[in-house]
Unconditional design. Structure first.
Length: 304
Protein backbone atom coordinates (compact mmCIF):
# COMPACT_ATOMS: atom_id res chain seq x y z
CA UNK A 1 0.00 0.00 0.00
CA UNK A 2 1.38 3.40 -0.99
CA UNK A 3 2.09 5.77 1.86
CA UNK A 4 0.88 9.36 1.73
CA UNK A 5 3.25 12.03 2.95
CA UNK A 6 1.48 14.97 4.53
CA UNK A 7 3.10 18.39 4.21
CA UNK A 8 3.82 19.83 7.65
CA UNK A 9 1.63 22.80 8.53
CA UNK A 10 3.34 26.07 9.34
CA UNK A 11 2.87 27.35 12.91
CA UNK A 12 4.44 29.76 15.37
CA UNK A 13 6.94 27.01 16.17
CA UNK A 14 8.41 27.68 12.71
CA UNK A 15 9.20 31.34 13.40
CA UNK A 16 13.00 31.70 13.22
CA UNK A 17 14.86 33.39 16.05
CA UNK A 18 14.07 37.10 15.78
CA UNK A 19 16.67 38.30 18.27
CA UNK A 20 18.18 41.60 17.18
CA UNK A 21 15.34 42.43 14.79
CA UNK A 22 13.00 45.42 15.15
CA UNK A 23 9.42 45.15 13.92
CA UNK A 24 6.64 47.76 13.85
CA UNK A 25 3.07 46.49 14.08
CA UNK A 26 0.29 49.03 13.52
CA UNK A 27 -2.88 48.54 15.54
CA UNK A 28 -1.01 46.24 17.90
CA UNK A 29 -3.01 46.73 21.09
CA UNK A 30 -5.79 44.24 20.31
CA UNK A 31 -6.95 41.45 18.01
CA UNK A 32 -4.68 40.29 15.22
CA UNK A 33 -2.09 42.97 15.93
CA UNK A 34 -1.75 41.93 19.56
CA UNK A 35 -1.48 38.25 18.63
CA UNK A 36 1.15 39.11 16.01
CA UNK A 37 3.10 41.21 18.48
CA UNK A 38 3.00 38.54 21.15
CA UNK A 39 4.34 35.85 18.80
CA UNK A 40 7.15 38.01 17.42
CA UNK A 41 8.23 39.24 20.86
CA UNK A 42 8.26 35.63 22.07
CA UNK A 43 10.64 34.83 19.21
CA UNK A 44 13.04 37.53 20.38
CA UNK A 45 12.11 40.56 18.26
CA UNK A 46 11.86 44.08 19.62
CA UNK A 47 8.29 44.99 18.67
CA UNK A 48 6.99 48.54 18.46
CA UNK A 49 3.26 48.81 19.07
CA UNK A 50 2.13 51.67 16.82
CA UNK A 51 -1.27 52.58 18.24
CA UNK A 52 -3.74 55.45 18.37
CA UNK A 53 -4.44 55.06 22.11
CA UNK A 54 -1.11 54.80 23.92
CA UNK A 55 -2.77 54.00 27.27
CA UNK A 56 -4.33 50.90 25.73
CA UNK A 57 -1.04 50.17 24.02
CA UNK A 58 0.88 50.31 27.29
CA UNK A 59 -1.69 48.03 28.94
CA UNK A 60 -1.30 45.54 26.10
CA UNK A 61 2.49 45.74 26.16
CA UNK A 62 2.53 45.09 29.91
CA UNK A 63 1.07 41.65 29.26
CA UNK A 64 3.60 40.66 26.60
CA UNK A 65 6.79 38.92 27.72
CA UNK A 66 9.71 40.21 25.68
CA UNK A 67 11.01 43.50 24.31
CA UNK A 68 8.31 46.01 23.35
CA UNK A 69 7.66 49.73 23.22
CA UNK A 70 4.62 51.84 22.44
CA UNK A 71 4.48 54.80 20.05
CA UNK A 72 1.47 56.85 19.03
CA UNK A 73 0.15 56.54 15.48
CA UNK A 74 -3.25 57.58 14.15
CA UNK A 75 -3.56 56.38 10.57
CA UNK A 76 -6.64 58.54 10.08
CA UNK A 77 -4.53 61.67 10.51
CA UNK A 78 -1.60 62.27 8.14
CA UNK A 79 -0.01 64.69 10.63
CA UNK A 80 0.23 61.79 13.09
CA UNK A 81 1.67 59.53 10.39
CA UNK A 82 4.31 62.12 9.56
CA UNK A 83 5.16 62.63 13.23
CA UNK A 84 5.61 58.89 13.77
CA UNK A 85 7.90 58.60 10.76
CA UNK A 86 9.87 61.71 11.68
CA UNK A 87 10.59 60.15 15.07
CA UNK A 88 12.10 57.03 13.53
CA UNK A 89 15.88 57.17 13.17
CA UNK A 90 17.12 53.57 13.24
CA UNK A 91 16.97 50.44 11.05
CA UNK A 92 13.57 48.76 10.83
CA UNK A 93 13.57 45.13 9.76
CA UNK A 94 9.83 44.63 9.19
CA UNK A 95 6.87 46.99 8.95
CA UNK A 96 3.53 45.23 9.45
CA UNK A 97 0.60 47.32 8.22
CA UNK A 98 -2.00 45.56 10.35
CA UNK A 99 -4.35 48.26 11.65
CA UNK A 100 -7.73 48.70 10.05
CA UNK A 101 -11.34 49.69 10.44
CA UNK A 102 -14.27 47.73 9.04
CA UNK A 103 -17.83 48.43 7.91
CA UNK A 104 -18.12 51.85 9.56
CA UNK A 105 -20.92 54.37 9.05
CA UNK A 106 -19.99 56.99 6.47
CA UNK A 107 -17.38 59.30 7.99
CA UNK A 108 -14.16 61.15 7.19
CA UNK A 109 -10.55 61.14 8.39
CA UNK A 110 -8.85 64.26 9.74
CA UNK A 111 -7.75 65.02 6.17
CA UNK A 112 -11.22 64.57 4.68
CA UNK A 113 -10.83 61.10 3.16
CA UNK A 114 -13.48 58.40 3.43
CA UNK A 115 -12.60 56.74 6.74
CA UNK A 116 -12.03 53.14 5.61
CA UNK A 117 -10.06 54.02 2.48
CA UNK A 118 -8.18 56.74 4.35
CA UNK A 119 -7.23 54.55 7.31
CA UNK A 120 -6.73 51.16 5.73
CA UNK A 121 -4.98 52.32 2.57
CA UNK A 122 -3.88 55.96 2.50
CA UNK A 123 -2.55 56.02 6.07
CA UNK A 124 -0.46 52.92 5.47
CA UNK A 125 0.59 54.15 2.03
CA UNK A 126 2.03 57.31 3.57
CA UNK A 127 3.56 55.51 6.55
CA UNK A 128 5.29 52.92 4.38
CA UNK A 129 6.85 55.41 2.01
CA UNK A 130 8.02 57.66 4.84
CA UNK A 131 9.62 54.74 6.70
CA UNK A 132 10.95 52.94 3.63
CA UNK A 133 14.49 54.40 3.83
CA UNK A 134 14.82 52.60 7.19
CA UNK A 135 13.29 49.24 6.20
CA UNK A 136 15.82 46.44 5.73
CA UNK A 137 13.73 43.33 5.07
CA UNK A 138 10.06 43.64 4.16
CA UNK A 139 6.71 45.39 4.36
CA UNK A 140 3.66 43.25 5.18
CA UNK A 141 0.23 44.71 4.46
CA UNK A 142 -3.02 43.10 5.58
CA UNK A 143 -5.80 42.68 3.08
CA UNK A 144 -8.95 40.57 3.28
CA UNK A 145 -10.76 37.88 1.37
CA UNK A 146 -13.48 40.51 0.97
CA UNK A 147 -11.33 42.21 -1.66
CA UNK A 148 -13.08 39.66 -3.88
CA UNK A 149 -16.59 40.87 -3.03
CA UNK A 150 -18.80 41.16 -6.09
CA UNK A 151 -18.42 44.46 -7.92
CA UNK A 152 -15.38 45.57 -5.96
CA UNK A 153 -13.14 47.99 -7.83
CA UNK A 154 -11.26 51.21 -7.18
CA UNK A 155 -13.76 54.02 -7.78
CA UNK A 156 -11.24 56.53 -9.06
CA UNK A 157 -14.05 58.89 -10.06
CA UNK A 158 -15.53 58.76 -6.53
CA UNK A 159 -13.12 57.26 -3.98
CA UNK A 160 -15.33 58.36 -1.08
CA UNK A 161 -18.34 56.62 -2.68
CA UNK A 162 -20.38 59.79 -2.19
CA UNK A 163 -24.03 59.06 -2.89
CA UNK A 164 -23.45 55.32 -3.23
CA UNK A 165 -21.73 54.59 0.08
CA UNK A 166 -22.24 51.31 1.84
CA UNK A 167 -19.96 50.16 4.69
CA UNK A 168 -19.22 46.83 2.99
CA UNK A 169 -18.35 48.34 -0.39
CA UNK A 170 -16.02 50.88 1.20
CA UNK A 171 -14.25 48.18 3.20
CA UNK A 172 -13.82 45.92 0.17
CA UNK A 173 -12.44 48.82 -1.88
CA UNK A 174 -9.87 49.56 0.83
CA UNK A 175 -8.79 45.92 1.00
CA UNK A 176 -8.43 45.75 -2.79
CA UNK A 177 -6.30 48.89 -2.51
CA UNK A 178 -4.03 47.12 0.01
CA UNK A 179 -3.24 44.39 -2.52
CA UNK A 180 -2.73 46.81 -5.40
CA UNK A 181 -0.43 48.86 -3.18
CA UNK A 182 1.65 45.77 -2.40
CA UNK A 183 1.90 44.93 -6.10
CA UNK A 184 3.09 48.37 -7.15
CA UNK A 185 5.37 48.76 -4.14
CA UNK A 186 7.16 45.54 -5.08
CA UNK A 187 7.52 46.72 -8.67
CA UNK A 188 9.13 49.94 -7.51
CA UNK A 189 11.41 48.20 -5.04
CA UNK A 190 12.60 45.79 -7.72
CA UNK A 191 13.13 48.63 -10.20
CA UNK A 192 15.22 50.47 -7.58
CA UNK A 193 17.36 47.39 -7.01
CA UNK A 194 16.25 47.12 -3.40
CA UNK A 195 16.26 43.72 -1.65
CA UNK A 196 13.28 44.80 0.47
CA UNK A 197 10.14 42.79 -0.23
CA UNK A 198 6.50 43.86 -0.22
CA UNK A 199 4.11 41.05 0.70
CA UNK A 200 0.48 40.80 1.79
CA UNK A 201 -1.64 38.56 3.99
CA UNK A 202 -5.21 38.02 5.03
CA UNK A 203 -6.43 36.34 8.24
CA UNK A 204 -9.46 34.45 6.98
CA UNK A 205 -12.30 34.60 9.49
CA UNK A 206 -10.86 35.52 12.85
CA UNK A 207 -12.83 36.47 15.94
CA UNK A 208 -11.64 39.98 16.80
CA UNK A 209 -13.10 43.33 17.86
CA UNK A 210 -13.12 44.51 14.25
CA UNK A 211 -16.47 42.94 13.34
CA UNK A 212 -18.07 44.40 16.46
CA UNK A 213 -17.87 47.89 14.93
CA UNK A 214 -20.10 47.02 11.95
CA UNK A 215 -22.57 49.83 11.22
CA UNK A 216 -25.36 47.36 10.45
CA UNK A 217 -26.87 45.95 13.65
CA UNK A 218 -28.22 42.77 12.07
CA UNK A 219 -24.98 42.04 10.26
CA UNK A 220 -23.02 42.84 13.43
CA UNK A 221 -25.09 40.34 15.40
CA UNK A 222 -24.62 37.66 12.74
CA UNK A 223 -20.88 38.28 12.66
CA UNK A 224 -20.65 37.94 16.44
CA UNK A 225 -22.54 34.64 16.31
CA UNK A 226 -20.23 33.47 13.54
CA UNK A 227 -17.22 34.53 15.58
CA UNK A 228 -18.39 32.35 18.41
CA UNK A 229 -19.16 29.20 16.48
CA UNK A 230 -17.15 29.25 13.23
CA UNK A 231 -14.19 31.61 13.41
CA UNK A 232 -10.68 30.87 14.52
CA UNK A 233 -9.22 32.91 17.35
CA UNK A 234 -6.92 35.91 16.92
CA UNK A 235 -3.82 33.74 17.32
CA UNK A 236 -4.97 31.57 14.40
CA UNK A 237 -5.88 34.62 12.34
CA UNK A 238 -2.42 36.09 12.90
CA UNK A 239 -0.63 33.09 11.39
CA UNK A 240 -0.73 34.35 7.75
CA UNK A 241 0.70 37.69 8.90
CA UNK A 242 3.48 35.96 10.80
CA UNK A 243 4.18 33.69 7.84
CA UNK A 244 4.40 36.71 5.54
CA UNK A 245 6.66 38.49 8.02
CA UNK A 246 9.29 35.79 8.56
CA UNK A 247 9.11 33.08 5.87
CA UNK A 248 11.29 33.22 2.77
CA UNK A 249 8.62 34.35 0.30
CA UNK A 250 8.95 36.10 -3.06
CA UNK A 251 7.97 39.74 -3.35
CA UNK A 252 4.27 40.50 -4.00
CA UNK A 253 3.29 37.19 -2.37
CA UNK A 254 -0.14 36.91 -0.73
CA UNK A 255 -0.58 34.61 2.27
CA UNK A 256 -3.81 33.34 3.78
CA UNK A 257 -5.32 30.37 5.59
CA UNK A 258 -5.05 27.07 3.74
CA UNK A 259 -8.39 25.67 4.86
CA UNK A 260 -11.74 25.58 3.05
CA UNK A 261 -12.62 28.92 1.43
CA UNK A 262 -9.48 30.36 3.06
CA UNK A 263 -11.47 30.98 6.23
CA UNK A 264 -9.10 29.26 8.65
CA UNK A 265 -6.14 26.92 8.82
CA UNK A 266 -2.37 26.98 8.57
CA UNK A 267 -0.99 29.70 6.26
CA UNK A 268 -0.14 29.11 2.61
CA UNK A 269 0.30 31.28 -0.46
CA UNK A 270 -3.10 32.12 -1.96
CA UNK A 271 -4.42 33.74 -5.11
CA UNK A 272 -5.87 37.22 -5.45
CA UNK A 273 -8.71 38.41 -7.65
CA UNK A 274 -7.97 39.51 -11.24
CA UNK A 275 -8.73 43.08 -10.14
CA UNK A 276 -6.04 42.84 -7.46
CA UNK A 277 -3.47 41.65 -10.03
CA UNK A 278 -4.00 44.52 -12.51
CA UNK A 279 -0.63 46.27 -12.76
CA UNK A 280 -2.06 49.27 -14.63
CA UNK A 281 -4.68 49.90 -11.96
CA UNK A 282 -1.99 49.47 -9.29
CA UNK A 283 0.13 52.20 -10.92
CA UNK A 284 -2.86 54.51 -11.24
CA UNK A 285 -3.82 53.96 -7.60
CA UNK A 286 -0.25 54.74 -6.55
CA UNK A 287 -0.28 58.03 -8.46
CA UNK A 288 -3.63 59.04 -6.96
CA UNK A 289 -2.52 58.05 -3.46
CA UNK A 290 0.67 60.06 -3.83
CA UNK A 291 -1.32 63.09 -4.91
CA UNK A 292 -3.79 62.77 -2.03
CA UNK A 293 -1.20 62.22 0.70
CA UNK A 294 1.67 64.28 -0.60
CA UNK A 295 3.94 61.30 0.03
CA UNK A 296 5.59 59.12 -2.60
CA UNK A 297 8.28 56.55 -3.15
CA UNK A 298 11.65 57.78 -1.85
CA UNK A 299 13.86 59.40 -4.48
CA UNK A 300 16.65 57.08 -3.38
CA UNK A 301 17.06 54.15 -1.04
CA UNK A 302 20.22 53.34 0.90
CA UNK A 303 22.27 50.48 -0.42
CA UNK A 304 22.14 47.36 1.73
Amino acid sequence: MARTTKTPQWSTADIPDQTGRTIVVTGANSGLGLATTRALAAAGAHVVLAVRDTARGEAAAAGIPGSTEVRRLDLADLASVRAFAAGWDSPLDVLINNAGVMNLPESRTADGFEMQFGTNHLGHFALTNLLLPHVTDRVVTLSSGLHRARGTRIHFENLALDGIYTPGAAYSQSKLANLLFTLELQRRLSEAGSPVRAVAAHPGWAATELQGHDANGVRRALMLVGNRFFAQDAAGGALPTLYAAVADLPGASYAGPGGRLELRGAPVLVDRSPEAADADVARRLWDVSQELTGVGFPASLPSR
